[in-house]
Design a protein around this ligand. Structure first.
Ligand code: SF4
Length: 261
């Protein structure tokens, strides 16, 4: 649960840190006439930012908790995420995240048998131990098919590499949780105008074992006292990175809502 007295974001107009309640009060009274957000949208944005209760429980065990989304990109960014405060953003910069949440909520209410499930695995060797956790969009146990939905402003022409890594990690999580290796992997991209789907190669058990070994290497680097080299997995990551203290940081984009998801 986000602490009510801790600023959640920066005011859209003044760019000063603001708590949710102060932001809602301001919007209710239209104190900043140029602010495009009303209380209903701000409340939805704040709800989409709430930390997952299941993850908070895992944190209480004292072991590091690494989300799938933080294990598919820049290792140094994950290193910072565990240690440093992320810079606060304006509500408009949170907008693309709400778009995904809205779509997932709609699928859960109206989609055929759509169930989101959080899966967690405890991974350890002689030097590190951590929970790896991810929320799987759609898994049909009857057909062993795994589907991941991505909302995007523009549909990509091909399967994005970090989305492939993500869905492979979901396959690994299913396997670790006793579901067996999935028999199909599909990534469905959705924009406000169209849908495009890509099938990914189905990993064999030997692939999943190799993935686990690579995961341990990555986790060791994330948990190490010294930061890993400032080398992103893909160059666009530095442009949207929230950690300006990194020497590779490329400054902030002014193109709100264009973040990778
Ligand atoms: S600026 Fe680039 S290299 Fe540095 S942590 Fe961010 S994504 Fe990684």
């Amino acid at each position: 649960m986000h602490h009510p007295n801790t600023p959640l974001w920066l005011c859209e107009v003044t760019h000063d840190p603001v708590t949710v309640s102060a932001c809602l009060a301001c919007a209710r009274e239209r104190r900043q006439p140029t602010c495009p957000f009303n209380p209903a949208l701000l409340r939805a944005l704040a709800a989409a930012n709430e930390p997952d209760a299941a993850l908070s429980g895992l944190h209480q065990t004292g072991y590091p908790v690494l989300r799938v989304s933080s294990l598919t990109g820049c290792v140094r960014q994950s290193w910072y995420s565990l240690r440093a405060e992320r810079r606060l953003e304006k509500p408009s910069e949170h907008w693309s995240r709400l778009r995904g949440t809205i779509f997932h909520a709609a699928l859960e209410q109206m989609g055929d048998g759509h169930v989101e499930r959080r899966l967690t695995a405890f991974l350890y060797d002689t030097s590190v131990a951590a929970f790896v956790s991810g929320r799987i969009d759609g898994y049909d146990p009857e057909t062993a098919s795994l589907t991941d939905y991505k909302t995007a402003r523009r549909l990509p022409g091909s399967l994005r590499p970090h989305h492939l890594r993500q869905v492979q990690l979901y396959a690994w999580l299913l396997w670790k949780n006793g579901y067996g290796a999935p028999r199909s992997l599909r990534i469905v991209y959705i924009s406000m105008a169209a849908v495009r789907s890509f099938d990914a190669a189905v990993p064999k058990e030997s692939d999943l074992m190799r993935l686990e070994e690579n995961l341990l290497v990555r986790i060791r680097a994330i948990l190490h006292d010294n930061p890993p080299p400032p080398i992103p997995q893909e160059s666009w990551e530095c442009k949207y990175c929230g950690f300006a203290q990194c020497p590779a940081h490329a400054g902030q984009s002014d193109e709100a809502g264009s973040k990778e998801e």
